[in-house]
Write a protein that binds this ligand. Structure first.
Ligand code: NAP
Length: 320
């Protein structure tokens, strides 16, 4: 059997994403020993019962000691604290990465916490479901999905090699890898993921607050479009609170544009401007058909189940 890319992997936060990384890495033979640290006793119990790791602990420093690759898979606003707890025990030459959905603040926190000699390479797999916890993960989660790495602005060989090794790791898990500037990542994801989630949370909240339409009616007739929003609005509350608070500027920028467009639609409806509505709906239908034709999406609506991205959508990127 080929040598593992990383003899020892440590995953901090073993929920949906952390446990999927472990399952995928083990299935690919990309890692040797696996250590997990998780703050939740219930999660630790499940990780042990599922046999996901060789060592499970509540102590981050203990888990990362001797690790060649450390993956932080905790909610975005817990990343800094996790990195600080890991820092004193990180091995020189180790790669410290994360899977957080926002990159600007996380990249900064990791860079501040990491000691010299540790390679910090922030990352984000554009793959997920609305489920949480170690039982929800699966080895194929990253198959045919993008992973965006937002490396530091360093050009030395040792660092570039570390970035390449991490890219190879994700490729072994079935993903395609791109490099991107952290700020650009946050803007791209504000459009493709964060705004759609905000809209879903809002529309489901609005329906729940309506007095004239009963909750039973909302459930009964949900196939009219509402059902797909409820799936995305079932996404983890902690994760998404953190995403919006830590990608504030990009989300508010995109939300501003969205609100203007919505006002224009509202005006078109009020004044009976059917041609404007027809023109927009024709344009958006073409976009959807283009995505399906490119083999990047199944024809059925599923944007709540996995927020995958196509290469065409991913903006200014450089292949790794
Ligand atoms: P999850 O299933 O809720 O798992 C997170 C785990 O980390 C939980 O067991 C949690 O324990 C634990 N944790 C929280 N704070 C911690 C800390 N300071 N130290 C150690 N463990 C801690 O979450 P997830 O969906 O895997 O998301 C993890 C990360 O992946 C997030 O940063 C998210 O933005 C990113 N991501 C998620 C998706 C997705 O679709 N879910 C997709 C791409 C990226 P408690 O339950 O006790 O808090």
């Amino acid at each position: 059997m080929a040598e593992a890319l990383f003899p020892k992997l440590a995953v901090i936060g073993c929920g949906l994403i952390g446990s999927s990384v472990i399952r995928g890495a083990r299935a690919a033979g990309a890692v040797g020993e696996v250590a997990v640290a998780d703050a939740s006793p219930q999660a630790r119990e499940r990780v042990a019962a599922l046999g996901l790791a060789d060592r499970v602990t509540g102590d981050i420093a203990e888990a990362v000691a001797g690790a060649d690759l450390v993956v932080l898979a905790v909610p975005v606003m817990a990343m800094g604290e996790a990195a600080r707890a890991a820092a004193p025990a990180l091995k020189p030459g180790a790669i410290l990465t994360d899977v957080g959905s926002v990159k600007g603040v996380v990249a900064e926190a990791l860079a501040e916490a990491a000691p010299a000699g540790v390679f910090v390479v922030p990352g984000h797999p554009i793959a997920g479901t609305e489920q949480s916890g170690p039982d929800a993960g699966f080895a194929e989660l990253f198959h045919n999905r993008w992973v965006i790495l937002t490396p530091q602005k360093r050009e030395d060989d040792a660092y570039l090699e570390a970035v390449q090794r991490l890219a190879d790791f994700w490729k072994a898990l079935g993903a395609s890898v791109e490099r991107m500037d952290a700020a650009h990542h946050d803007l791209v994801l504000a459009v493709t993921s964060h705004l759609p989630h905000l809209i879903a949370y809002n529309i489901v909240g609005t329906a729940a607050d309506l007095e004239e339409v009963t909750r039973a009616e909302v459930m009964k007739y949900s196939a009219g479009g509402f059902r797909d929003f409820t799936r995305i609005a079932a996404s983890d509350p902690t994760m998404w609170r953190d995403v919006f608070l830590s990608n504030k500027d990009a989300v508010l920028e995109i939300l501003g544009r969205f609100t203007e467009d919505l006002q224009a639609l509202s005006r078109a409806i009020r004044w009976g401007e059917g041609d404007k509505l027809f023109e927009l709906f024709t344009r958006t239908r073409e976009i959807r058909r283009g995505i399906v034709a490119a083999g990047q999406e199944s024809p059925e609506p599923n944007f709540g189940r996995d927020h995958r991205e196509t290469p065409q959508q991913s903006g200014k990127t450089t292949g790794v």
